[in-house]
Design a binder for this molecule. Structure first.
Ligand code: ATP
Ligand code: MG
Length: 404
């Protein structure tokens, strides 16, 4: 462990995976693997002891480490900690330093006037019990930082002392993403448009442990290169949370033309969605994805009425996960902003779906009728060709994962 003054440590608090009983080991292994991957290049060391995770590094890596921790599913929170020798004198000194820092910069943006000290003694050979540590360190803070008062019921800040192989002192814990470590729930194939919803859908499923591949359908030259670049960028942003996203880019111009020229106009959107799902399922099977993921939200647009959703999924047998199905747009936008996708998602672009958008789309398509129109198109070979000819990209999360 780096012990120089320029060293920095972080304590990670585990989230839901502590509830995993016998499976906990597998979840923790995945968490460690993901954390090490995100921390690569920072020189940080991840150490797991007594059910606690610590990161030790040098101070200049702290911005990158904090960026990594903000993108790691499976942790409930994290705190930057001081550490010192296991003597009560050293602990008191570190508590006073922490209290001075709190007084100077506040906690979570609020001024700090009151505090309390909490202590946990994992190393029982430490001569003082937890209560004794709290009392002595509390006195030291009162003496060293007279502007602060003790409030044991509703303090502005809690200074925590943990006695382990060293003594750790921290105040304030930043919220983690929670959820489960990516890679513990198989792989899903996300239908990624250039809009707001689908990146959010991918993010939510990654938070349940899914690794994410994505497929994007474009209709070049009717859709632009910029529209396509934007989707690559969205895959890159999502990939910061998922240790990368492999993106499959499928040219769907011929499929769309076949639909436009051979189906009644009100049905074209539904039939295109059916074709997209069929193509996506074919890719999913080749890439060992266990499900499809879409950004549909019930009744958000004409193609997302429950009747049309039934038509859309009628050609596929893999499960289709729709994590946004019951969410309103404002909630979805809030998540989009939080994950850093929103400003890219709202850049003007044209999606292939709106290209031949009928003026009066069928709002409540009958599944039998949809199947009959779809059969008439004899579109299977065109879809397979589009899938075969797809482009594959894996935007590098390793270069982009840290702020430059
Ligand atoms: P988004 O904001 O994700 O574009 P949306 O509200 O615009 O969604 P639709 O255009 O009806 O809704 O699309 C519904 C879902 O279908 C999308 O969330 C996405 O999962 C999928 N989808 C739509 N267009 C494409 C595309 N060009 N390539 C891949 N998937 C797509
Ligand atoms: Mg869209």
């Amino acid at each position: 462990m780096p012990d120089s003054p320029a060293a920095v440590s972080y304590l990670l608090k585990l989230g839901e995976l502590t509830l995993k009983g016998e499976n906990r080991g597998g979840f923790e292994r995945a968490l460690r693997r993901n954390a090490r991957s995100l921390l690569r290049g920072t020189g940080a060391q991840l150490i797991a002891t007594d059910g606690r995770y610590f990161i030790h590094a040098s101070e200049h890596a702290s911005e990158k480490i904090e960026f990594a921790l903000d993108h790691l599913f499976g942790i409930a929170g994290w705190a930057k900690t001081r550490f010192c020798e296991k003597t009560i004198e050293a602990v008191c000194k570190a508590c006073v330093e922490e209290a001075r820092a709190l007084l100077a910069s506040g906690a979570g943006g609020c001024a700090v006037k009151t505090f309390k000290v909490e202590a946990r003694r994992a190393d029982k050979s430490f001569p003082l019990e937890s209560y004794g540590i709290m009392a002595v360190a509390g006195e030291a803070v009162l003496a060293g930082v007279p502007a602060l008062k003790v409030d044991v019921h509703k303090p502005d800040a809690v200074i925590t002392v943990e006695i382990r192989e060293k003594a750790y002192i921290y105040a304030g814990c930043r919220k983690g993403l929670r959820g489960l470590p990516v890679g513990t729930a198989g792989r899903g194939l996300l239908l990624l448009s250039g809009g707001i919803d689908s990146p959010v859908a991918g993010f939510l499923m990654a938070g349940r442990g899914m690794s994410i591949d994505a497929v994007h359908f474009h209709a070049y030259p009717y859709t632009s290169k910029e529209a396509r670049d934007k989707v690559v960028r969205l895959a890159e942003i999502l990939g910061r949370y998922t240790l990368g996203v492999r993106l499959h880019i499928v040219g769907f111009t011929d499929v769309q033309m076949r639909i436009k020229e051979n189906a009644p106009a009100p049905w074209t959107t539904i039939l295109l969605r059916m074709a997209m799902m069929e193509a996506a399922e074919s890719i999913a099977r080749q890439e060992r994805c266990k499900c499809l993921i879409s950004g549909e939200s019930l009744s958000q647009v004409a193609s997302q009425t429950i009747e049309n959703i039934r038509c859309t999924e009628s050609r596929v047998t893999l499960p289709i996960l729709r994590p946004l199905i019951g969410m309103d747009k404002e909630t979805i936008i809030r998540i989009s902003e939080k994950i850093g996708a929103y400003t890219t998602s709202i850049l003007p672009y044209e999606d292939c779906c709106v290209l031949f958008n009928p003026k009066h789309p069928a709002l409540r398509g009958d599944a039998g009728e949809a199947a009959a129109y779809y059969e008439q198109l004899e579109i299977g070979a065109l879809i397979e060709e589009a899938v075969r000819e797809r482009d594959e990209r894996k935007p590098s999360f390793s270069e982009r994962r840290h702020p430059s």
